[in-house]
Design a protein around this ligand. Structure first.
Ligand code: PLP
Length: 392
């Protein structure tokens, strides 16, 4: 297989966000398109309105045609991610031997937290953050302790230290579940911030698990820094996957990656978790990382256009909404507190405009009065969404 071979030589790859019509999208049967009635325009859950990278389609279709639907073998997924990490982020520290394939990122997080902490122990999160962190950790009998992001949407190191200080008192085990890049704000944590987090974790004996599922979706003018690449990050973990970057959530697979000082912990992951993803999903993810880079770059350019379009549309139609274009992810975190729509403006947008966004409340402290809008759609649908939000 060759790298980045999904474009025709010399011709820019088409923007995958502009290839499907609304009628085609409405034929989809995934949750984004089926949760709400037909008159609702859905820009909520993290699925993209894209056509897939052609090499991925080909690899999966070829496997089906061949009946290559047995069990997965080998470390191809980890090797592909390691190569991608080297080329994309200049990171050479992703050692294939310190990875395990897991069914998906959330399962990886839960199983790592089960190893690193005990029942009743705290897991610190930086709210507002991906809502399932709360119930998944709660079901594991861990206490979710918030160290909210600061006013600029950046990690608040004092709040993290306070939480570590409090939660490790009496010798309790504590972990930090980082989200890098951050869902929903799209913040990309800097090397300095991550190094400071690692130093705090070391000082208090807390362990760090970084959910880096959105890393491939870092904008061209921002720099993603893997947590495991910073000094002091050696006993941390990262969860990575091609699922968000290439819209493969329906083909679940992920990798748990241990820092050099965490390899023994990784080896304790139970057998039913490792080797969890199916062969077909591993084929899809591996191909995306190896051959889907032109597609990804075209997507990122399209997302940048959409961020600029959203900025313009909001200025024209809803100037009271505050929006800071994100450095990563395809999510826009909109501060609607000046609209007078209360804590859950998504409910008002759904009712009066028939547009589905994620309400901010489930994202924890900092979420009230906000909505999360999914930008991974065509400019036409994005325009229609803002029109609908401005209705009434
Ligand atoms: C930050 C974050 N983590 C995890 C997930 C879910 O990943 P998976 O389906 O691999 O469990 C998402 C999905 O949007 C996410 O945004």
């Amino acid at each position: 297989m060759s790298d980045s071979s999904d474009g025709i030589a010399g011709i820019p790859h088409p923007n995958p966000l502009r290839r499907l019509t609304l009628d085609q999208l409405r034929r989809r049967t995934s949750v984004k398109w089926r949760e709400y009635p037909e008159d609702v325009l859905p820009l909520w859950v993290a699925e993209m309105d894209v056509t897939l990278a052609e090499p991925v389609v080909r690899a999966v279709t070829d496997a089906l045609a061949l009946g290559d639907t047995g069990y997965p073998h080998g470390t191809g997924y980890a090797e592909a991610l390691s190569g991608f990490a080297h080329r994309r982020w200049g990171w050479d520290g992703l050692a294939v031997a310190r990875t395990k394939a897991v069914p998906d990122v959330m399962t990886g997080i839960v199983e790592l937290m089960r190893l690193l902490t005990g029942p009743g122990d705290a897991v610190v999160v930086n709210s507002p953050v991906y809502p399932p962190f709360y119930p998944f950790l709660g079901d594991l009998d861990r206490r979710v302790v918030e160290a909210p992001l600061g006013p600029e949407g950046r990690l608040d190191l004092d709040a993290i230290e306070d939480a570590f200080h409090r939660e490790t008192a009496g010798g309790r085990r504590t972990a930090l579940l980082l989200c890098n890049p951050q869902n929903p704000t799209g913040t990309v944590h800097t090397a300095e911030e991550l190094t400071a987090v690692a130093a705090l974790a070391d000082r208090y004996g807390a362990r760090v698990v970084a959910d880096e599922i959105h890393a491939p979706l870092t904008a061209p003018d921002a720099t993603f820094v893997p947590y495991l690449s910073v000094p002091g990050g050696e006993n941390g973990f990262s969860l990575m996957s091609a699922s968000k970057g290439w819209n493969l959530a329906g083909l679940k697979a992920a990798l748990a990656i241990a820092g050099p000082a965490a390899a023994a912990d990784l080896a304790r992951l139970p057998g039913e978790v490792v080797d969890g993803p199916s062969h077909l999903c591993v084929i899809a993810h591996t191909t995306a990382l190896r051959e889907g880079v032109d597609w990804l770059d075209a997507l990122l350019a399209g997302l940048d256009e959409n961020r600029r379009l959203l900025t313009k549309l909001l200025a024209e139609r809803l100037p009271a909404v505050r929006y800071r274009p994100s450095q990563a992810t395809y999510l826009a975190w909109l501060d609607c507190r000046d609209l007078g729509l209360g804590d859950d403006p998504a409910a008002a947008f759904l009712e009066r405009g028939r547009v589905a966004l994620n309400g901010g409340l489930p994202f924890g402290t900092g979420g009230a009065g906000h909505v999360r809008l999914n930008l991974a759609t065509s400019p036409e649908i994005l325009t229609e969404a803002v029109d609908r939000m401005a209705t009434g």
